[in-house]
Design a protein around this ligand. Structure first.
Ligand SMILES: [Zn+2]
Length: 62
């Protein structure tokens, strides 16, 4: 599922490394190295959950 074939800067530890792409539901994306993968997955999941809740609340108020 996660492949580390691209060389870039990791957005979590800011070290140059082979990275994998994490997509956010708002269209943004970040890259993480293999070392930061579990943190990155958690961060992205939390962000996406918060975004979904925010959208649900916004929709409910209309
Ligand atoms: Zn990293």
């Amino acid at each position: 599922m996660y492949t580390f074939t691209k060389q870039d800067i990791c957005d979590w530890c800011h070290a140059p490394s082979f990275v994998t792409k994490h997509e956010y539901i708002d269209g943004k994306h970040h890259h993480s190295c293999e070392k930061c993968l579990s943190f990155a997955i958690m961060d992205v999941r939390q962000f996406n959950q918060a975004e979904i809740e925010f959208r649900n609340r916004a929709n409910a108020q209309q």
